[in-house]
Design a protein around this ligand. Structure first.
Ligand SMILES: [Mg+2]
Length: 389
């Protein structure tokens, strides 16, 4: 089989707001076509115009080759060799960042082709240890421009998540810091009060995860705040500190007494090695597209297993990435949950309309995907509606 073409689509929701934090408002969707009529699809969580340029830019020298040019005529089933070819051939422009994010969308599509060609779900070809079911958590991003509105909105979302079948949910509590977009600047203890309000509403038999989106600028503030969290049953605290403060993360691991999670923005397993070994995080959160695709995400899963850490993949995109995450989770026993943006609990039209997937929530869990490839179908009418050019 040979790759004959790579098609990139830049998508945007019609009501895009650049002052909103949700990256589910845009998408780069990549189709990889072959001479045997099999097409794979992938996506990545990065500015889609940048990703498209990374893929379509022509080669200018031997260490600055174009991703698309390197792939035409290649065997799409040769995923590991192709990943290395793209990584090395683009290294003066890439190695990290947007070029790796773009490689991730391509790699996801190659794994889709691989599954379809074999007539098997992609997870069966990934290696790893298969499981019977996987557990998603709902990611909840509240609305509101005052503290009270924000807290009440989050309480309402948690109850709705439970009502549609979730047993776990992540509270995005962004009362200050770089992700804060509502004009609030609340005191640290208000974070604890939001968690307490959600816990009081939902009761003890529901897993709560907390994401403060890089809110704090110093370790002492995190330690002082989380000291009161013991009785709130917080499964993990995500990205309390800025992404580059690995020494700060290590101190939180050593001193906070709660699991620390990070990694949503990182590219390649090399960055995850630093996060695990220098930052000592308890839970690595590779985003399948951003990290460099399933090829690279599996390496991160292996590294976490070797170190006795957990994997809980990040995913804030459409059913394409959600499916890729589900396939990863299906062969990663040290993945207790994976992020699942429920179509019912998001404003993103892209998430709601772009893709049909086979994932169904039953008793808080999802059955392992069984269709060939990633098991998804892109709604081409929706794709045309969201397409930019
Ligand atoms: Mg996050």
């Amino acid at each position: 089989m040979k790759i004959t073409d790579i098609e990139c689509h830049v998508l945007l929701v019609p009501d895009v707001r650049t002052d909103a934090t949700s990256s589910a408002q845009d998408d780069i969707v990549v189709f990889v076509h072959t001479d045997e009529g099999i097409t794979g699809v992938g996506e990545s969580d990065v500015n889609p115009w940048i990703a498209r340029a990374c893929i379509e830019a022509p080669s200018t020298h031997s260490m600055g080759l174009g991703l698309k040019e390197m792939l035409i005529g290649e065997n799409p089933l040769d995923t590991e060799r192709l990943w290395q070819k793209l990584y090395v051939g683009s290294c003066m422009n890439g190695r990290r960042g947007a070029v790796i994010n773009a490689i991730g969308a391509i790699d996801m599509a190659l794994w889709d082709i691989k599954g379809k060609a074999a007539g098997k779900p992609t997870w069966q070809l990934l290696g790893g240890t298969p499981r019977d079911a996987i557990q998603p958590y709902a990611s909840l991003q509240p609305n509101g421009n005052s503290y009270e509105e924000y807290r009440d909105s989050l309480v309402e979302w948690v109850l709705r998540a439970r009502d549609i079948g979730f047993r776990a949910a992540k509270l995005e509590i962004t009362l200050f810091g770089p992700y804060n977009h509502s004009g609030m600047n609340e005191k640290d203890e208000k974070v604890t009060e939001v968690i307490a309000a959600c816990r009081a509403a939902i009761g003890p038999d529901f897993t709560l995860l907390v994401d403060v989106q890089y809110a704090w600028d110093d370790v002492e503030r995190v330690l002082a705040t989380t000291r009161d969290w013991k009785d709130l049953g917080v499964y993990f605290l995500e990205t309390p500190l800025w992404v580059d403060d690995l020494e700060g993360y290590a101190r939180l691991h050593d001193e906070s007494g709660i699991r620390i999670a990070a990694g949503e923005w990182l590219t390649t397993h090399h960055e995850f090695r630093d996060l695990l070994d220098i930052g000592k995080v308890d839970i690595a959160q590779p985003d399948v597209g951003r990290v460099g695709g399933l090829t690279e995400a599996m390496k991160v899963c292996d590294m976490a297993a070797e170190r006795g850490r957990q994997i809980i993949p990040h995913c804030w995109k459409t059913g394409i990435s959600i499916s890729a995450s589900a396939h990863l989770a299906a062969v990663t026993p040290h993945c207790p949950f994976f992020e699942y943006l429920p179509a019912e609990l998001t404003d993103s039209k892209l998430r709601q309309e772009l893709v049909q997937d086979e994932l169904k929530l039953v008793d808080g869990k999802l059955a392992i995907p069984q269709k060939p490839g990633l098991g998804i179908e892109v709604n081409m009418d929706a794709l045309k509606r969201f397409k930019q050019d």
